[in-house]
Design a binder for this molecule. Structure first.
Ligand code: AMP
Length: 483
């Protein structure tokens, strides 16, 4: 499959070639033709799959039909609205709009809070066709009457599950109420909980479901390893690993926002350049942290799962799990940051006795044991009958592992506001065409489905109304990501 075969305009093909892309990713191959047709889409895809270009390219093409070069603001009403949960993501999506739309005369603007509202207001008054926005600041503009949605043709809701986690769904509903009924809507989400399905129900009309696994779902080029260690020794061990190995560009995952800052601070005190990124940081702090990490000024970026999900970091050589994630699927997400495009990477997890249960769940999910390597001087007193952990290169598993002791620390997480509406029968949603990829293991574990759809023969087009199968069970009921 090539971008040409997807039916994109020459202006877009040129921009894609300039971006260096040679072939569409699976989600692009599936989404672009459907969006070009004007259909609503429910996309199960995460960052890293190429989903941004998957919706931005066809969106630009649909708007390009009536692009105007007139200077008059009236000729540039808001025609596409892209909503994202965070400022980082808004900036990244906006960058994509600019990259892919550079040969098409459409005006675009990114709108987010935490910065002066005036320049945004002025740009909106001058007229922009594409607005990428976080919901709160967009509603500020609605209140100020600096924006009108009367001409919106396409709405995109990106990372809907994070919107939910961050409590944005009421804001989204307020915005939805202001949009023309006659429009195209696209909803993207990594997981599909009941809440997301309810939102999809009110927002989408006869949507097609597109789902792909991460482009980089656990690859063989990544080495996985566990270092058993006592909880209290973890930060010393981390500093030891960073000082003794030649690890550069290390993304360290922690479970809490508080833990992220504290750990980065500790590493700094140890003489290791580190920075943290999480939801409580100001926009400027987050941008600076990311820039410092990308430029190499900071060797280590400490992040929570939620903060890391929106980061546009293409490939990393090293990922360290300072704490194991609460849900095993997040292990796959985290590790997906490394070993991309056939490159090698390593994934190290510091595991204390209390995390043994989580480890067992992860190994079950990824269907393989992870090698355990004790580091001299950091071996924990065994939690299993006084036996000390074995030294180096012992890939035999601890048969005494206590899978029941998955306690760990309790996290605080903000409850997303619950919708008060009556629960309606879930709508059946037609599978995307070409056919959905086959799963290569337990269907309740979505992250290892085959990304490629090459084995899927296209089915004849069907009328949109009657949808043939329910949202697959695999998309439902995944635990919420940590806050
Ligand atoms: P996204 O999932 O949209 O965040 O995209 C992840 C990364 O993949 C971004 O850095 C894009 O620049 C890159 N990308 C998107 N489409 C392609 C493609 N067809 N070929 C290669 N890289 C791509």
């Amino acid at each position: 499959m090539t971008f040409e075969e997807l039916g994109l305009l020459p202006e877009l093909l040129k921009a894609v070639a300039e971006a260096g892309y040679t072939e569409p990713t699976p989600i692009q191959a599936q989404a672009i033709p459907i969006i070009l047709e004007g259909r609503d889409v429910m996309g199960g895809a995460q960052t890293g799959t190429g989903k941004t270009a998957g919706f931005t390219l066809p969106l630009l093409q649909r708007l390009a039909r009536h692009a105007s070069t007139s200077p008059s603001p009236a000729r540039h009403p808001v025609r596409a609205l892209i909503l994202t949960p965070t400022r980082e993501l808004a900036m990244q999506v906006h960058e994509s709009v600019q990259t892919y739309g550079k040969h098409i005369p459409l005006r675009d603007l990114v709108v987010y809070g935490g910065v002066d509202i005036k320049p945004q207001t002025e740009a909106l008054r001058r007229g922009v066709e594409i607005v990428v926005a976080t919901p709160g600041r967009l509603l500020d503009h609605v209140e100020q009457k600096s924006v009108s949605f009367n001409h919106v043709e396409v709405l995109v809701l990106d990372e809907a599950d994070r919107m939910l986690d961050m409590g944005f769904i009421p804001d989204i509903r307020r915005i939805l109420a202001l949009l023309p009924k006659e429009r195209q809507s696209l909803l993207f989400s990594a997981t599909f909980s009941e809440e997301i399905r309810k939102l999809a129900d009110t927002m989408l009309r006869a949507p097609l479901l597109i789902e792909v696994a991460r482009r980089n779902a656990l690859t063989d080029t990544v080495t996985h390893r566990i270092h058993p260690v006592a909880q209290d020794d973890k930060r010393r061990l981390l500093a030891h690993l960073l000082k003794s190995g030649d690890l550069s560009q290390v993304l360290v995952f922690v479970g809490t926002k508080f833990g992220a800052s504290r750990l980065a601070h500790y590493l700094e005190k140890q003489g290791i350049n580190a920075t943290a990124i999480h939801g409580d940081k100001s926009q400027q702090q987050r941008t600076e942290a990311l820039e410092a990490f990308k430029s190499g000024a900071a060797r280590v970026l400490v992040a929570t799962d939620v903060a890391a999900r929106g980061l546009d970091i293409d490939d990393l050589p090293h990922v360290i799990n300072y704490e194991l994630p609460h849900v095993p699927e997040d292990y796959v997400h985290r590790i997906g940051r490394t070993g991309r495009a056939g490159r090698t990477g390593d994934a190290i997890s510091l595991v204390c006795a209390e995390e043994r249960g989580k480890l067992a769940e992860i190994e079950k999910l990824i269907k393989r044991p992870i090698e355990q390597v004790s580091i001299a001087g950091f071996e924990p007193e065994s939690a299993h009958g006084g036996e000390r952990s074995r030294h180096s290169r012992d890939s035999g598993r601890d048969s005494g592992r206590d899978a029941g002791r998955s306690g760990g620390r309790k996290e605080t997480s903000r409850e997303a506001p619950r919708e008060k509406r009556e629960r309606r029968e879930p709508r059946r949603i037609e599978p995307a065409q070409p056919k959905l990829p086959k799963l290569d293991f337990d269907p309740s574990k979505p992250y290892e489905s085959k990304a490629a759809s090459s084995d899927a023969a296209p089915e004849p087009k069907r009328a949109p109304q009657r949808l043939k199968r329910p949202l697959p069970a695999l998309l439902g009921g995944l635990p919420k990501p940590e806050k």
